[in-house]
Design a binder for this molecule. Structure first.
Ligand code: CA
Ligand code: CA
Length: 144
């Protein structure tokens, strides 16, 4: 299993950042992707810590979504801030993670992530449509 930094090729990283920008075109929600090598302990607990560290809880509508991957620990979590979490069922996040794991095993990592990002954008768009004065509240770049 590759480490966080080379989990995706440069071209794939570009594609993923573009997928985030595209997903945010129709929503005020903000999506971020965080990749690291090891996840100490539970992936949800860790994802929540990263979420706060990235100041993702500071969006005006509390609609940030974090996709968290620990490459060497083989752990994935997708979590949303309270605004979006109240709107979707817990099952939504679980389904996204299951789907990611399945496609990762098939070797379709970048494609899986792109689809996950687009799906998050679609779901966010339902509840948090983009406004005219939309700001990119959180960077679209991948964080490590
Ligand atoms: Ca925005
Ligand atoms: Ca953004």
């Amino acid at each position: 299993m590759p480490t966080a930094k080379n989990f995706f090729t440069e071209a794939e990283q570009k594609m993923l950042v573009q997928a985030i920008a595209k997903a945010e075109e129709h929503t005020s929600g903000e999506i971020r992707l965080h990749i690291e090598n090891f996840c100490p302990g539970n992936e949800l607990t860790r994802a929540k810590k990263v979420f706060t560290a990235l100041k993702m809880d500071a969006t005006s509508e509390r609609n940030g979504v974090l996709i968290y991957i620990a490459t060497l620990s083989h752990k994935i979590a997708v979590i949303g801030d309270e605004g979006i979490h109240q709107k979707v069922q817990a099952e939504f996040w679980n389904t996204l993670v299951k789907d990611l794991i399945k496609k990762f095993k098939e070797g379709r990592k970048a494609e899986a992530l792109s689809e996950c990002i687009i799906e998050c954008g679609a779901q966010l768009g339902k509840y948090f449509p983009r406004k005219n004065e939309d700001k990119d509240e959180l960077s679209n770049t991948i964080s490590y």
